[in-house]
Design a protein around this ligand. Sequence first.
Ligand code: AHR
Length: 497
Amino acid sequence: MDEVRVCVEKAFTLAQVDERLFSSFIEHLGRAIYTGIYEPGHPLADEQGFRTDVIDFVKDLRVPLIRYPGGNFLSGYRWMDGIGPKEKRPVRLDVAWKTLEPNEIGIGEFYDWTRKVGSKVMGSVNMGTGTVQDAADFFEYCNYPGGTYLSDLRRQNGHDAPFDIRTWCIGNEMDGHWQICHLDAADYGKKALETIKMLKWIDPQSEAVVCGSSSGLMKSFPEWDRIVLEHTYEKADFISLHRYYENFDNDDDFLASFVELGTYIKAAIATADYVKALKRSAKTMYLSLDEWNVWYQRRQEPHDWQKAPSILEDHYSLLDALVVGGLGLTLLNNANRVKIACLAQLVNVIAPIFTKEGGSAIRQTIYYPFRDISLHGRGVVLTPVVHGPKKETKYGDCPLVETAVIHDEEGKTVTVFCLNTGKNDLVEFTLDMRSFGKLRMSFWTCLTGKDLSAENTFEKPNAVNPRNMPVEKTAASTFSITLPPLSWNVMKFAIVS
Ligand code: AHR
């Protein structure tokens, strides 16, 4: 049996986790909004037409921020289409996704929905067809208390109090040729800077996320990021990065995707720090990984102009869930610089929650590792010393067992997440936590199974589900645990002395 030894020292702290690391994303895309979160005719719809089964699933994830309204959709979006009486709102062509946008949901309704699920809006403004003035108008409509044309319009539309949207994405993937009105880095940097100035003049407490690269695979990475930061460094609070992974031809290295994500994050940090040095700045730039997930882009079907077509509806397997777990560990282990991360997306569109129009909602496999990191990843990330085998992959060396360790001082607990990437063997996993004195294991959950292609379906909604593992209740400082092959594990320990 392979052995992995992990020595956890409580003084080896990396960072306090920013809870915004467990954020998500909903775009006007496919069935994310219409028949996803909103379906007025559904038997479980509330008085505003929001599906309460979906609300319950989202609430259980404890998602702090939800990025809205896009995505590629954003770069052609006129935010004023989505306010005022619904019957007067226009149906528009959404050129980004070739669909019809009815505008039945706009910022006011979405804000109401985020309150129902216990989240906040992470706003985004159109830097494609939109002007700096359009963006400033949107900021004013959302955040200015009242007494001006736009803030009073919000009040007339039913929201007396401002939305107080604190975090704003200044455009979406402006480096991509697929983006409506894609810009080059210098043009985007100049436009973003002027937009942030307006944002902060209107609402000095707001924070701005500038567009970094839409993937580490872009040829323009990291030059794009450098140029954008050279224009915006002193005004921006975060630079974004996006990354999706896909299992091409049963790729042996798919499970090592988290290694690649770590390399990408480190390169983005190095780029930001280069600009910091160049500018002799005292400020540190933080990262917002505001789109990440597994996404089978090659499976996309062509479709005609329709309202809410079934597009980007990936059905996730157990293997995909293990990959998402691994990516979550990389987020935690970079929590000193990555302060915001959005699982993309939340409902129906490459999402952990899936609905049937008029029918039920299910949790996809990836729901579970995401929920695990969100519920148990809050606290201080520690940097353990790990001794164990590694495997060579195209992304670099992949540890047999990848871990993340969280110390919750207030709750007096230590949580150990581990992903066993080994296909065949059980792993003898030894945790040495003597710096904490004695601990008692409160639970261990494990997501694993013989069939890596297993999925949750409407017929079998719980086919893939984490299960409780037997735990040794005796207080101790060192624990020896046998990990099943290809498994995602969460272990919680209460600090006894
Ligand atoms: O999340 C799906 C799409 O992926 C988003 O609209 C875009 O920003 C990215 O390319």
